[in-house]
Design a protein around this ligand. Structure first.
Ligand code: ZN
Length: 108
C-alpha cells in the first residue's frame, strides 16, 4: 500500500479530534476506521480496489510476515481512541444496520 495513498485519505477522528484515521471497507462492506499510521500490532492491510480503500483482515502470521517484508499493518482506531466508547456505540449501530440490509437481500 502506497503511504501517499493513505495520506491522501487521512481524516481527523470526529470523536477525539486528534488522531489521524482512514476509513476503509472490509470484505463484508462495513466501513472501518483505522489509524492512519501503521502499527506494530496491526491486523489489517490496506489496498485499493478501483477508487475504494479496502481493509483486509490478517491472521497474526500474515501480519508478521507483511511487517517483515516492510509493509505496514494497520489497527482499528477504536482500539487507540480515547473516545473508544463512542466508537463502540456508533459501530455497533452501523453493523446492525448493515445486517438488516443483508437480510433484506439488498446488495450494498
Ligand atoms: Zn479518535
Amino acid at each position: 500500500m502506497d503511504a501517499n495513498e493513505v495520506d491522501r485519505r487521512t481524516k481527523r477522528c470526529d470523536y477525539c479530534r486528534k488522531a489521524r484515521i482512514v476509513w476503509a471497507e472490509d470484505v463484508d462492506g462495513n466501513r472501518l476506521p483505522l489509524d492512519a499510521d501503521p502499527h506494530p500490532e496491526g491486523n489489517f492491510t490496506l489496498f485499493t480496489e478501483g477508487s475504494d480503500l479496502m481493509a483486509g483482515k490478517l491472521t497474526a502470521g500474515q501480519a508478521a510476515g507483511m511487517r517483515q517484508a516492510g509493509i505496514g499493518t494497520y489497527r482499528r482506531h477504536a482500539l487507540s481512541c480515547p473516545e473508544s466508547q463512542r466508537w463502540a456505540q456508533s459501530l455497533s449501530a452501523r453493523y446492525a444496520k448493515s445486517q438488516r440490509g443483508l437480510r433484506a437481500g439488498r446488495k450494498k
